[in-house]
Design a protein around this ligand. Structure first.
Ligand code: AMP
Ligand code: ZN
Length: 467
């Protein structure tokens, strides 16, 4: 069985086998949300790719330490808090809470650390002091800038080579376009209506990029294994993180850089600014099970764009139903001793294919295909007479493995209520038939049928599945 994980490293622009710094351990930094609003499902596509990454690392035997920061001070959070007339902390707390609720709803495995930028200002100041001592900075009007010409490999991640004649040209905003590759701000001079920290650098507040360098190094060390984000983070955010961190420490910052492609709507990136977005809450309100949203968002390999459509969401809904129906059939069909059985080779093939797919730069589409093949084989075996106990145990292990990474199997707690009600009605129908009250028995069948529940009377009793 293969045990190799290969990732496309944005830094080297090639597929590389994952080799951690410390054997058996994987230290990961994932840029988190800017807590100024409810994240949209595009943001969650990135966070879910990172969730699949950590779960895959765990399946492959690595002990994972993941950091996901909350950006709770930057141009956007300050502006929105002011517009709402509340303190920055009160404002960002609201959306931090909403973010954690959404993560739980989507079944994301919690990271080990969720640092908030505002709690790491002293660490940011320390890095800026080191950069000053190393001659990487200059001051202007109370702000401190990173002089990118002092970092010879500036542009190594994004491939951007800043023009020489831009020397001294500065940019003050947190986020900017490639054509604005210039000296960027590390520490911003105090401004009316903005929070201020009194520090050794003088009063002011941090720029966005320095926040991630500080939180990553404080919690994972000066060099760690994997750094992730969406492709829009490559420039300027991650390029600047490298310049700051490596400029200060002189050693490599992160070894593997993984970037997720965007969720798009009719070819355009889903974004708040464009208005073409849905939040998770919007979709749940429309009646979609969060598992369906999760399924859709992870169904396309992370380095390919994913076009969001309601048709896609409905197809994901069907896939989730297929999984739930097979699990229910399996649970409701008694064991047999071999007829119509599933051979062990089929289950072994699943494990091999599933791991190879994940090892192949987290190819979730292929991993899902492997799972659906196994589900089909299980259904056929059940049609043909059942599955013996030993093989059932093997199938359970296979399903557990699939779910440990994909997280798309129906959760028992959510299903329990409705399943129990259905079972009760089926019991009542059985009693009605025994009493020759066929009218009531038919009524129950019709009632369930209206809810999309199909009953099958088998020699082993009545089993049901959703349409
Ligand atoms: P933000 O809260 O804007 O800092 O974004 C949080 C994360 O979501 C970042 O890693 C972005 O790269 C990512 N992101 C933003 N928009 C999209 C999108 N449409 N599709 C996928 N990821 C996105
Ligand atoms: Zn970041």
């Amino acid at each position: 069985m293969t045990s190799k994980l290969r990732f496309f490293n944005t830094l080297s622009r090639q597929l590389e086998e994952f080799e951690p710094i410390d054997e058996g351990k994987a230290r990961i930094y994932t840029c988190g949300p800017t807590v100024y609003d409810f994240p949209h499902i595009g943001n969650y596509r990135t966070f879910l790719f990172e969730d699949v990454l950590r779960r895959a690392l765990e399946l492959f035997g690595f002990e994972v330490t993941q950091v996901q920061n909350l950006t709770d001070v930057d141009d956007r959070t300050i502006q929105r808090a002011n517009e709402n007339g509340v303190s920055l902390r009160e404002f960002t707390d609201r959306y931090a809470t909403a973010f954690f609720e959404d993560l739980a709803t989507l079944g994301v495995e919690p990271a080990e650390h969720y640092p908030r930028a505002t709690e790491y200002v002293p660490q940011m100041v320390e890095i800026i002091k080191r950069l000053e001592a190393g001659g990487h900075t200059y001051r202007s009007d109370g702000s401190i800038y990173y002089r990118i010409s002092t970092f010879a490999s500036y542009g190594k991640l994004s491939g951007i080579r800043p023009e020489k004649n831009l020397a001294g040209a500065r940019i003050d905003v947190d986020d900017y376009e490639k054509e604005d590759a210039r000296d960027f701000v590390l520490w911003k001079a105090p401004k009316e209506g903005e929070p201020v920290w009194e520090t050794d650098l003088g009063p002011g507040r941090p720029g966005w990029h320095i926040e991630c360098s500080a939180m990553a190094m404080a919690l994972l060390g000066e060099t760690f294994d994997i750094h992730c984000g969406g492709v829009d983070n490559i420039f300027p955010h991650h390029e600047n993180e490298i310049a700051q961190s490596e400029g200060a420490t002189g050693c490599e910052f992160a070894r593997y850089w993984l970037h997720g492609e965007h969720l798009v709507v009719e070819g355009e990136k889903m974004a708040k600014r464009v208005g073409n977005f849905f939040t998770l809450r919007d979709l749940v309100e429309k009646g979609f099970d969060p598992l369906v949203v999760r399924y859709l968002l992870i169904s396309v390999p992370y380095r390919q764009r994913l076009n969001f459509t309601f048709d896609g969401l409905h197809a994901a809904e069907q896939a989730i139903d297929r999984i739930a129906n097979t699990l229910r059939r399996l649970a409701n069909t008694p064991q047999c001793d071999g007829v119509g059985d599933l051979d062990q080779a089929t289950v072994d093939e699943f494990h091999k294919d599933f791991r190879e797919s994940l090892g192949d730069d987290l190819n979730t589409a292929r991993a899902l295909a492997a799972l659906h093949t196994l589900l089909r084989r299980v259904n056929t075996a059940l049609d043909e007479g059942g599955i013996c106990g030993e093989r059932r145990a093997a199938v359970d292990v296979a399903f557990k493995e699939a779910d440990s990474v994909l997280g798309i199997f129906p959760r028992n707690d959510a299903e329990a209520g409705s399943d129990a009600e259905i079972d009760l009605l089926i019991d009542e129908r059985k009693a009605a038939r025994a009493n020759k009250d066929f009218a009531r028995a038919d009524e129950i069948r019709d009632e369930l049928s209206a809810k999309g529940i199909v009953l099958e009377d088998t020699p082993h009793g009545t089993v049901w599945h959703r349409e």
